[in-house]
Structure formats: structure tokens, C-alpha cells
Design a protein around this ligand. Structure first.
Ligand code: HEM
Ligand code: HEM
Ligand SMILES: [Fe+2]
Length: 453
């Protein structure tokens, strides 16, 4: 690392890893409940497990993005972070709010509204927290020696994500209007501004890892930002088909959301092209593997599996079924989980001075987690399609169908176990790096003596 203050990133990454493990635990609780072993039902009913699982996901990804920003912004701005103590206060308060919210879910203190369950009083604390974060990195980026496209796109993504949190905080009496604005947060995050965050991080990683000129790598970023906004904003319409909104959304949502995969395809081609052009010179091969993996898997999970149910005629049948869960898992994993893990794989040797970047264990972690997640996606897919046919076409009752598809969840739990082994190996390597050290400052990592594996 170049600046001492970049060390803050480590604690954000460590917290993210911890929440990821907890997220997986709640995933298994639901996986077993689907098979019929809902043994924790009296303490953690399915709806609680689901809310905790998805909110933990959002929390660890946000911690990952914040840690990434604390690492990237000082480096791009060529200066120390504006305030290190403020960053620690922000991390601790974020975790405190998160823990209160998650505990609250267990006692039915929540708002409903999938993904936005956090009770309103805590929302205000989230806003203060995120403003502190944006202020800290904003001050750093603003009062900088240089302003790069990468850091501007990353900052804008984070800023817009914060602004888009606000529509979810308005109270509406009407279910349709409430749903309408809920999607401004949920959809415009994952299919809009988070894509900018992902694009910014990917761009940073490609510049560092492939050795291709910054001008070339950043020129592509404009195209991706353009494609994202062109398709993603009106693409929100794919959630407005059958919720009580005017009929024109069928057309608008169908056409524009069908264009959305282009942005993800663009990112995949871009990443692969840069890696070929640069000839993979950097010794941190595993970080490049995660970066390229992210570019490819986000296209498969978000683009390909997204378009599979985005046309109104298809969505009429698949809406709210396990087909959605199939897409949700691979999209979140491919795009946002993998970009955070790519960043961690890149940053850890630089923060700690230990070059554990091309070990067999690191490669096994990558492949095991990805094959596991593809397996999980397959299990959800088969269960989802069966559910659509039996429930929506044949007309069987919801719970009758859930019993019919129990078997597919045995497959899900097996694939999820493989996935979990991969994730635990990643975390084990993370821990093996040790704590961030000042000695890693300005250390030419390629000349550091290899550490025992
Ligand atoms: C061992 C791992 C995991 C297991 C067993 C698991 C299982 C599940 C189950 C059973 C559901 C509920 C499906 C339903 O509504 O019936 C769910 C929801 C969800 N999970 Fe996981 N999960 C795991 C890991 C993950 C990971 C790593 C991610 C993200 C990268 C993720 C993202 C989601 C999302 C976004 C939903 C909500 C989907 C929707 O809205 O339909 N899960 N998970
Ligand atoms: C990384 C990007 C993406 C992520 C993380 C993601 C994740 C999700 C999640 C979690 C849901 C369930 C939301 C809920 O019910 O509250 C969802 C729904 C949906 N997504 Fe995506 N998605 C992404 C990109 C896309 C793209 C590019 C398309 C279209 C091409 C798409 C099409 C859809 C559709 C049609 C639904 C509604 C499913 C339903 O009616 O139940 N998604 N997505
Ligand atoms: Fe969407």
C-alpha cells in the first residue's frame, strides 16, 4: 500500500467476511426448512431467516464497497484519507446499527418490504453513517492531487446509492405506490448505481493487474456507464408489470430491461480484452482470476438469467417463484460478491506484505465456491421451473407444490456445502495474511521473500 490510512480497509473486509459466514448460516436454515427440517421454526421462522439472510448480504457487500473505497480513494487521490478515526467510528456504528436491526428481526421488529425490512428509526442512523462515509472519502477525493475517472465513477456510484436509499424511507398508504418506490431502491441499486461501483472497482483492478494504460481502460468505463443508464433506469419497468401500475410499463419494462444484459456483456468483453492485451503481468494472479470471474459470472447471473424472466409474457408465470431466487443468487454472487472478493484478494498482500497470491488453496477456493454457486443456481432453477409448471400452469396449491419440490433442496444443500467450503477456504487465506502492517508501506511486493504456505 502507498498510504498508512489505507489500512482501515482491512477492518471493513474482516467485518464483511464475518457477516458473509452468518449469511450462509441463515441460508442453510432455510435450505433445511425447504427439505422439511424446519427445526428452528419456533425461534427463527422462515420469514425471519429470509430477512436476516438478505439483509446480511446487503450489509456485507456495503462493508466490502466501503473498505474498497477506503483502499482505492487514497491511492487514486495520491494522499492520506481525510480522517482515519472517523472511518473507524463509522465502521463500529455501522456494525452496531446492523446488529440491532438483525436482532430486531428475531423479535418481529421490522417493516416487511423485502430487502428494506430495517425499521424506520434505524434508517435515519444508516443515513448519518453513510453521510459520514461519503464525507470522509469525498473530502479525500476532492482535496486531491489528481482526479481520476475511476475514483469519480466509484464515488458517484456510492453517492447515488446513498441518495436512492431515501425513496424507500417515504411512507405510503397505498400498496402499489409503496411497491413502485421500493423498486427505486432495490432495482436502481443493483441494476443501476451498484453497476457503477462495480465498473469503478473493476477498472481499478484491471489497471493494476493487467498493466494496460489507464487511458485505454478508463475509456471503456464511459461506455459501460452509458449502457447501464440507458437500459437500467427504464428497465425498472420489469417490476411494474402486474402490481397495479399503468399498462404502458409492460412495453417500456420489456424493451429496456431486455437491453440490460448489454452492460454486463460489455463489462465481460472489456475485462477479458484488457487481460489479453496486458498479458497478465502482475504476480497477483488470483486477484485477476476473481476479477475476470466476476465479469463473466455477472453476465451469466444478471444478464443471461435476468433476461430469462424479464419479458412480461414469461414474468407473468415466473414472478415471485424460485426462478427469482435462482437469478438472485448468481447475479448477486457474480456481480457484487465476486468484485468484493477480487478486491480483497488484491488488497490483502498489499496491506500485510505477505504474498499469498498464487497458492493452490487460493485457486481451489475460487473454483469450489463458483462451482458450488452454479450448482445452487441449478437446484433453484429446477425447483423454480417445476414450481411454475405445477403452481401456475396446473393450478396446484402453493404448499402442495412446495412438498413436491423438496427433493431439489437436498441438491441445493449439497451444492451449498461445496460453496461454503470454498468460501471458508477464502476466509482462511484471508486470516493467514495476518493483520495490516506499516512495514507493507511502499514495499515492493514482488521482492518480498515468499512466506511459508
Ligand atoms: C450456503 C449458502 C446459501 C444457501 C443454502 C442459501 C439459500 C437460500 C434460500 C433457501 C433462500 C430463500 C428462497 C425462498 O424464498 O424460498 C435464499 C434467498 C436469497 N439468497 Fe441465499 N443461500 C445461500 C447463500 C447466498 C449467497 C452467497 C447469496 C449472495 C451472493 C445469496 C443471496 C440470496 C438472495 C438475494 C435471496 C433472495 C432471493 C429472492 O428475492 O428471491 N444467498 N437463499
Ligand atoms: C447484478 C445485477 C442484478 C442483481 C444483483 C439482481 C438481483 C435480483 C433480485 C435479488 C431479485 C428479487 C427482487 C425482489 O423480488 O425483491 C431480482 C428480480 C428480478 N430481476 Fe434481477 N438482478 C440483477 C440484474 C438483472 C438484469 C440485468 C435483469 C434483466 C435482464 C434482471 C431481471 C429481473 C427480473 C425480471 C426480476 C423480477 C423477478 C420476479 O418477478 O419475481 N435482473 N433480481
Ligand atoms: Fe430489476
Amino acid at each position: 500500500m502507498k498510504y498508512r490510512s489505507q489500512k482501515v480497509a482491512y477492518w471493513f473486509f474482516a467485518s464483511a467476511m464475518l457477516l458473509l459466514v452468518l449469511q450462509i448460516v441463515y441460508g442453510f436454515i432455510m435450505g433445511f426448512a425447504h427439505i422439511g427440517y424446519d427445526v428452528l421454526h419456533n425461534w427463527i421462522p422462515f420469514n425471519t431467516a429470509r430477512a436476516v439472510h438478505t439483509n446480511l448480504l446487503v450489509m456485507w457487500l456495503l462493508l466490502g464497497f466501503m473498505g474498497t473505497a477506503y483502499f482505492i480513494i487514497p491511492e487514486e487521490a495520491d494522499r492520506e484519507l481525510a480522517s482515519v478515526p472517523l472511518a473507524y467510528i463509522q465502521l463500529i456504528s455501522f456494525l452496531a446499527v446492523g446488529v440491532i436491526a438483525l436482532l430486531g428481526f428475531h423479535f418481529n421488529w421490522w417493516e416487511g418490504r423485502k430487502f428494506l425490512e430495517i425499521p424506520r428509526p434505524l434508517d435515519y442512523l444508516v443515513v448519518v453513517n453513510v453521510l459520514t462515509f461519503l464525507g470522509n472519502i469525498g473530502w479525500t477525493a476532492w482535496n486531491a492531487k489528481r482526479h481520476t475517472t475511476t475514483s469519480i465513477v466509484l464515488y458517484m456510484g456510492l453517492l447515488f446509492a446513498a441518495l436512492l436509499y431515501l425513496p424507500g424511507m417515504i411512507t405510503f398508504d397505498n400498496q402499489t405506490v409503496d411497491s413502485f418506490y421500493r423498486w427505486w431502491v432495490v432495482h436502481l441499486w443493483v441494476e443501476g448505481v451498484w453497476e457503477l461501483i462495480m465498473g469503478g472497482i473493476l477498472c481499478f483492478l484491471l489497471i493494476k493487474l493487467t498493466g494496460v494504460d489507464r487511458e485505454v481502460v478508463e475509456k471503456w468505463l464511459y461506455l459501460i456507464v452509458g449502457l447501464t443508464f440507458l437500459s437500467g433506469i427504464l428497465g425498472t419497468g420489469h417490476h411494474y408489470y402486474y402490481i397495479g401500475t399503468p399498462r404502458y410499463w409492460l412495453m417500456i419494462g420489456g424493451v429496456f430491461s431486455a437491453l440490460e444484459p448489454l452492460a454486463f456483456l460489455g463489462m465481460a468483453i472489456y475485462a477479458l480484452a484488457m487481460a489479453r492485451k496486458g498479458g497478465r503481468k502482475h504476480p497477483n494472479k488470483i486477484a485477476l482470476t476473481w476479477s475476470l470471474g466476476c465479469a463473466v459470472m455477472s453476465f451469466v447471473g444478471a444478464g443471461f438469467l435476468g433476461i430469462a424472466h424479464t419479458i412480461p409474457q414469461v414474468n407473468m408465470y415466473t414472478h415471485g417463484t424460485l426462478v427469482t431466487a435462482m437469478h438472485g443468487h448468481l447475479a448477486f454472487w457474480g456481480a457484487y460478491a465476486m468484485i468484493v472478493l477480487a478486491m480483497i484478494a488484491y488488497a490483502m498482500p498489499l496491506l500485510t506484505g505477505r504474498k499469498l497470491w498464487d497458492t493452490p488453496a487460493a485457486n481451489i477456493a475460487f473454483w469450489t465456491s463458483n462451482i458450488g454457486m452454479v450448482g445452487m443456481t441449478g437446484a433453484f432453477g429446477v425447483a423454480g421451473i417445476t414450481q411454475v409448471v405445477l403452481e401456475r400452469r396446473v393450478g396446484l396449491d402453493f404448499l402442495v407444490v412446495q412438498k413436491e419440490i423438496q427433493m431439489h433442496f437436498v441438491g441445493l444443500v449439497l451444492a451449498a456445502s461445496l460453496f461454503t467450503i470454498g468460501v471458508l477456504m477464502f476466509i482462511w487465506i484471508f486470516l493467514k495474511h495476518g493483520l495490516p502492517r506499516d512495514e507493507a508501506l511502499e514495499l515492493d511486493l514482488t521482492s518480498v521473500a515468499p512466506v511459508a504456505k
